[in-house]
Design a protein around this ligand. Structure first.
Ligand code: URA
Length: 445
């Protein structure tokens, strides 16, 4: 086959056949297709999209470019959750032990922070000693022993996606629904799961700012999951403000510990319980999502979810004394409250800038090689609808680097827009998508 012919075909909006996609993807992995031709193909996909058949085949090729983990020796329906990423999105750290405590095995392979968003791996690694770089044998042993494991992508999981993602990152082809869907699902399908719950975020701090695009992405992800025989449910959730109050690494883990011990952070726990309900439903431990939510609430109340988190930390090498006594964690060297000069009610928060404030405080990376300051980040005290005056801080920023903290303070200040009138808090969950369609909770469609 001739690469330029296939690029031209896609550029003209034609559908590629499985052997043609195989030639391109496998050729790229084996270095037979150079970066410049693959980049041209990706840009053609960016403009022309992919049919459902192309998307499934593209995912299959990336999935089978590496190891597909077999967890069939573990009894029960194995269920994972994937979030498209956000600011203060710490749900996995509460959800995974919670669902495992309810008897559904949770094999989870997570990522690091991307752009302005945080990543579960960086948060978990802020726990002294906690290892996420475990090999697949250890991954299997841990999930068999405690029904839960949380690691990072290994070299052998979907290597084609790894190479393609790096190319997309530098050729402005990341924000493309078929490419995102294939990339996410190739990694999730490699984990050994039987079913998947998706948390597709929308709003100013999400990659899919518009709700319609988030629904479109959810449907593409669900289509692929179901085509591979994995029951998949997706929720469209709000990312117009941080989820919970903490944005960072250790400070987010500390918020999770409080939630696992029963403290209610309302928006964070509403999303967590809904996702847990869906995971328990798909994991056949509840007859409905609502019933699953009730079970999950009881497992927080009984301390079982917290107990499962302790097991996870211990099993993956973490020092549980920091979980039992978070106040012994190293403190940030610099701490600064953020005040606004005006009064009113919080109308909007530019959550992208809050994410960037977290990043510049030291909690994220400006370059791949940067290390993360685990003590850095911010606590948001005022959320949409809250009243604000010039005497109460809207947020507190933490970090080691004074300049970074001051940059973050400026970004937080700029992110807030106030109103003179009372403002309603936004919905946390906008709707649910399944293979049968999308139900919007706002307008009942
Ligand atoms: N996350 C992924 O894993 N892949 C994408 O393409 C975008 C977000």
């Amino acid at each position: 086959m001739i690469p330029t012919e296939l690029i031209r075909k896609k550029r003209e909006g034609e559908e590629l056949q499985p052997d043609e996609l195989k030639f391109l993807v496998n050729g790229y992995v084996n270095d037979d297709i150079p970066d410049y031709q693959m980049a041209a193909f990706l840009m053609a996909v960016y403009f022309q999209g992919m049919s459902e058949a192309e998307m499934n085949e593209f995912t299959r090729l990336m999935l089978h470019s590496g190891t597909v983990i077999d967890l069939s020796f573990i009894p029960g329906v194995k269920v994972d959750k994937h979030s498209t990423g956000g600011v203060g999105d710490k749900v996995s750290i509460i959800l995974a032990p919670l669902v495992a405590a309810c008897g559904v095995p949770v094999p989870m392979i997570s990522g690091r922070g991307l752009g302005h968003t945080g990543g579960t791996l960086d948060k978990l690694e802020s726990i002294p000693g906690f290892r996420t770089d475990l090999d697949i044998d250890r991954y299997k042993k841990i999930i068999e022993k405690i029904g839960l494991v949380m690691i990072g992508q290994t070299k052998s999981i979907a290597p084609a996606d790894k190479k393609l993602y790096a190319l997309r990152d530098v050729t402005a082809t990341v924000e493309c629904i078929p490419l995102i869907a294939g990339s996410i699902m190739s990694k999730k399908l490699a984990e050994g799961i039987d079913a998947l719950v998706l948390d597709v975020k929308t709003g100013s701090g999400a990659f899919m700012r518009e709700k319609d695009r988030a629904v479109e992405l959810a449907q593409a992800l669900i289509g692929i999951g179901e085509a591979f025989g994995k029951r998949t449910i997706g929720f469209i959730t709000d990312m117009n403000q941080p989820l919970g109050n903490a944005v960072g690494n250790w400070i987010e883990v500390e918020e999770c510990i409080r939630c696992l011990k029963g403290e209610s952070v309302p928006d964070l726990m509403e999303v967590t319980y809904r996702l847990a309900g869906a995971m328990l439903y798909l994991g056949e431990k509840a007859g409905s999502i609502e019933e699953g939510e009730k079970t999950a609430r009881k497992k927080i109340g009984s301390g079982a979810a917290y107990g499962k988190f302790i097991e996870l930390v211990r099993e993956q090498g973490g020092d549980i004394s920091f979980i039992e006594n978070p106040s012994k964690y190293e403190k940030a060297d610099v701490q600064e409250d953020v005040y606004l000069e005006t009064e009113g009610y919080v109308r909007t928060i530019d959550n992208y800038n809050i994410g960037l404030a977290g990043l510049v405080s030291g909690a994220g990376r400006k370059k791949i090689v940067d290390s993360v300051d685990f003590t850095a980040g911010l606590i948001v005290h005022k959320k949409i609808g809250d009243s604000v005056n010039s005497r109460e801080p809207v947020a507190t920023v933490y970090g080691k680097d004074r300049e970074g903290v001051q940059d973050a303070v400026r970004r937080v200040r700029k992110a807030y827009r106030l109103s003179n009138n009372e403002v309603d808090a936004p919905r946390c969950i906008y709707g649910m998508a399944t293979k049968d369609g999308y139900t919007d909770y706002e307008n009942g469609t």
